[in-house]
Design a protein around this ligand. Structure first.
Ligand code: URA
Length: 487
């Protein structure tokens, strides 16, 4: 009997080296005991011959890529049997190369179930981490408390780093903590819930936002609980509102049906200009579009302001049901200070007319508010904004959405979709359907979303595909109009 002691619960490299070595030595799965450094040992430990997970195997062999991808996730499962389940699969693969295709096989099924559980946990962590501002820290530090089911902190941390690159934050969990200091991710030991702030100044704003976007007419308690299982509720500030919102859903729906349509709210003129973005939020938490439009001109959160003529904020109806989110202003938009007025805007206008959408009743904006370009002679050539720039600008988009509270967001192209979902989102795979808010809720907003291509794509497609690409775009816009028009 042999033992392998891995240096940590997620030591995939160590498991892989030791497993290769054991396969080469033809050690049967039942003859290996896998453990993690620091685990309490058994009475029989001293009888085991130890295999170091640092040994490099002399003979190389290959395994299907799908197995390695599976193993990388399974190793994050919290069940102690994960190492031996994986080793048994690896060992059997040498004799049964098609093993991974047999989904009914007991080992394959068990590993797949572990992988699915880890994936779900990763998804929940991305959706349900809630940051709060730590008191008395300068610069401000955001801290979140989360209780994952599996060993996923290292796997999820880069997601939060990409999403909040310009903020200093920590995520504390019972077994692991991770800290982002604007330069690198640092991992540490577990923490106690009492080390995370219980509340902060922004919380009441977030709670009133959550309550205001909760649509009682669309309440489906089972779907809601399936997406937000109760075990996560204790760490979600908005969960405290849910029983009350559910209890009042019926009367609120009836009230909505009987209420007469109200006049749109009048916009307030900004009373002072501002250089700093945070000045857009007045002391009572109010954020109207005009003051945001003024404040964005002072934004210095990424370097794009330096070469642009001005920030181009969104424009349209303050109470629009549909908000279109493009990429960034182009050359003409940068000069005019208005979104979608150049060639892509003309294409959008034409398709909107054909789809029966009145642009004046919608709101049109961009993921990034400054024009990014490369000078070439007298021309300014459009350059795609990078992830950092999109993340730095996302606060403005979120504030626009918070002010407008649309029924539907239409993400135009990959950059728009990244800004809306907070992650890379395939356009072709996701277009043509309304993505319910709960699925799209990676960001702060919880509005339903439709993704489609960017109108500039229609200017670039080969001539033979132009008509069909245009018709599909119009069909997407009709879907948006049909959906938002009914709500
Ligand atoms: N492309 C965009 O994404 N937005 C504009 O405003 C113009 C072109």
């Amino acid at each position: 009997m042999h033992s392998v002691t891995l240096i940590s619960a997620t030591d995939f490299a160590g498991w892989r080296r030791a497993a290769r070595h054991c396969v080469n030595m033809d050690v049967a799965p039942e003859h290996i005991s896998w453990r993690v450094q620091g685990d309490v040992g058994s009475l029989f430990d001293s009888n085991l011959s130890s295999i170091e997970p640092t040994v490099e195997s002399a003979t190389a062999f290959t395994v299907p890529r799908s197995f390695l991808q599976l193993a990388e996730l399974v190793i994050l499962h919290r069940h102690a049997a994960r190492f031996s389940v994986l080793y048994r699969l690896l060992w059997r693969l040498q004799r049964e190369p098609q093993l991974m295709t047999l989904s009914v096989d007991e080992d394959v099924a068990r590993a797949n179930a572990m992988k699915d559980a880890v994936r779900r946990d990763i998804h929940k962590m991305k959706a349900f981490v809630r940051f709060r501002e730590a008191p008395f820290t300068s610069p401000p530090r955001l801290i979140a408390w989360f209780e994952p089911q599996h060993h996923i902190v290292e796997a999820v941390a880069p997601f939060f780093m990409r999403r909040f690159p310009t903020l200093q934050w920590s995520i504390l969990t019972p077994e692991r903590s991770v800290h982002w200091d604007l330069k690198e991710l640092r991992f540490g030991t577990g923490a106690n819930k009492s080390e995370a702030p219980a509340d902060d100044a922004a919380e009441s704003l977030w709670l009133s936002y959550y309550a205001s976007i909760f649509n009682p007419a669309r309440l489906k308690v089972h779907t809601m609980q399936a997406h937000m299982p109760k075990r996560y509720w204790r760490n979600l500030p908005e969960a405290a509102l849910i029983p009350h919102l559910i209890a009042n859903a019926t009367s609120r729906t009836e009230d909505m049906l009987h209420r007469t349509p109200a006049e749109p709210r009048r916009t307030r003129r900004p009373t002072r200009s501002s250089r700093t973005p945070s000045a857009a939020v007045s002391s009572n938490g109010d954020q109207d579009l005009d003051s945001l439009r003024t404040a964005v001109q002072g934004c210095r959160d990424c370097p794009l302001w330096k070469n642009a003529t001005q920030a181009v904020f969104g424009e349209g109806r303050e109470r629009a049901k549909i908000v279109f989110v493009g990429e960034q202003p182009g050359d003409q938009e940068d000069l005019a200070g208005r979104p979608f007025v150049g060639p892509a805007g003309k294409m959008l206008d034409r398709a909107l007319v054909e789809a029966g959408v009145d642009r004046k009743l919608t709101y049109v904006t961009n993921a990034v508010k400054h024009f990014k370009f490369e000078p070439r002679g007298k021309r300014r050539i459009h350059k795609k904004p990078n992830e950092m720039e999109i993340a730095a600008c996302n606060q403005w988009l979120q504030r626009e959405l918070l002010a407008i509270k649309p029924t539907l967001i239409v993400a135009l192209g990959a950059t728009g979709a990244r800004a809306v979902f907070g992650r890379a989102t395939a356009i072709e795979k996701n277009r043509g359907r309304i993505i319910p808010s709960i699925e799209a809720a990676g960001g702060v907003h919880t509005t339903d979303v439709l993704v489609t291509v960017h109108p500039s794509y229609l200017l670039r497609v080969p001539p033979e595909d132009k008509q069909s690409a245009y018709e599909r775009f119009v069909a997407d816009l009709k879907l948006a109009q049909g959906y938002a028009g009914k709500r």
